[in-house]
Design a protein around this ligand. Sequence first.
Ligand SMILES: Cc1cc2nc3c(=O)[nH]c(=O)nc-3n(C[C@H](O)[C@H](O)[C@H](O)COP(=O)(O)OP(=O)(O)OC[C@H]3O[C@@H](n4cnc5c(N)ncnc54)[C@H](O)[C@@H]3O)c2cc1C
Length: 389
Amino acid sequence: MRNPEKNIIYFKLEQSMNRIVELLKDFDVKDDYETLQKYSVDYGIMSKSIESKRKLPSAVVFLKKNDEVERLMEIVREYHVPIVERGKGTNTLGGAIPLKENSVVVDLSRMKGYSTEEDSIVSLPGTEFDEVGIEKFPVLPTSFYMASIGGFVSGGSLGLGSLKNGAIWDNVTWVEVYTPSGRKELKGDEVKAVVQAGGTNGIITKMKLKSVKRGKIRVRRTQFSSLEKAVDYAVNQDGAEFLSIRNKKMMSAMGYQSENWTVIVGEEEGGGEDVVFRDLITNFAGAYYTVVNKMKVSYASLDLPLYKLYELNELKDECMVDAELSKSQGIMFSHTYFLDCNFKLEGYKFDLHSVLINDRAEKDRLSKMIEFKRKYDPEDLMNPGKLMF
Ligand SMILES: Cc1cc2nc3c(=O)[nH]c(=O)nc-3n(C[C@H](O)[C@H](O)[C@H](O)COP(=O)(O)OP(=O)(O)OC[C@H]3O[C@@H](n4cnc5c(N)ncnc54)[C@H](O)[C@@H]3O)c2cc1C
């Protein structure tokens, strides 16, 4: 049923939408107003700046098999149809939100299946983490219980396990991707052209990840009166799966009484409380999301080299601070959230209010994405407007 307030806009779009729906008539396709509304948002709408950019798609296509992807890509090529790939739509940076009129959202969450070997997982994009077994993934998003593997490989970054095993791009060893210029297989370092590229370089239809055997995770919270002591303790926690340094204000927002600084360490078989993996969401990366959602406060993030952590002292009474230690391409750093404040601190900005991949990928990976884009999607048909090239 259509929303009467939106009838005028909907009517204007209808003509071009009808043409696209006609082209897609042999697919499992939907174009009713409720579906289009639902597929015009992801969790990125928490940011007003991202929300303001969203457009209603023309149609949503549900794909299950490679031959359907191939047929769709023929239409994309021939009729220059903009595509927005979508797994479960839990991206917080607007990755699955259409920015261009007449886009078609491609739902890949039904393209399921996987196999495991001794040291690897081969998966189709729609498979969920629980289906394979979360203890096998070297890194997984805190949102693992509601996300798809394809969505994490395409749009994710750090998460549970990344302090020990690196980011998602350090753990994908092979991908199959469909671009407007055809099907490609990428291996080794080549995968960095599409991992975290947010679908801007094609539809990922199969991927191989390294796997681990993870035991039970225990979480311990240790209190410190000074930041120096907290940081010194934190950087010596070898083998931790995740680690977060938080100030009193952040702990209080999460419902804990604490000293000035708290270090939360999650470690396999380490001392501390047993924790159901699912509950880690409030203990780790989901923390900023949970607090912002609850308190409706401003938020920003910076990636800081470890020596810069000592500067957080200046913000101790001003901001809620959550510094999550991680590793990417062998280098340890702090993915740091600042809530409810204006701060002047220099670091590498991981922009939580921008839809652009350029505003969060490091230079070397970004140049691989851009090179691939220029070669295989110069018209910017794949998730358009999200990669400046
Ligand atoms: C509470 C909470 C906690 C979170 N914690 C983390 C975290 O720890 N780490 C982290 O990295 N993220 C985190 N996220 C963000 C997000 O949940 C993850 O990145 C998740 O893995 C995305 O999966 P999805 O299936 O929802 O993908 P979607 O949101 O559907 O898609 C993600 C991006 O990939 C593209 N895409 C999806 N599938 C494909 C495909 N097959 N081929 C090409 N492109 C595709 C989309 O266009 C989009 O740009 C969190 C989100 C929430 C709400």
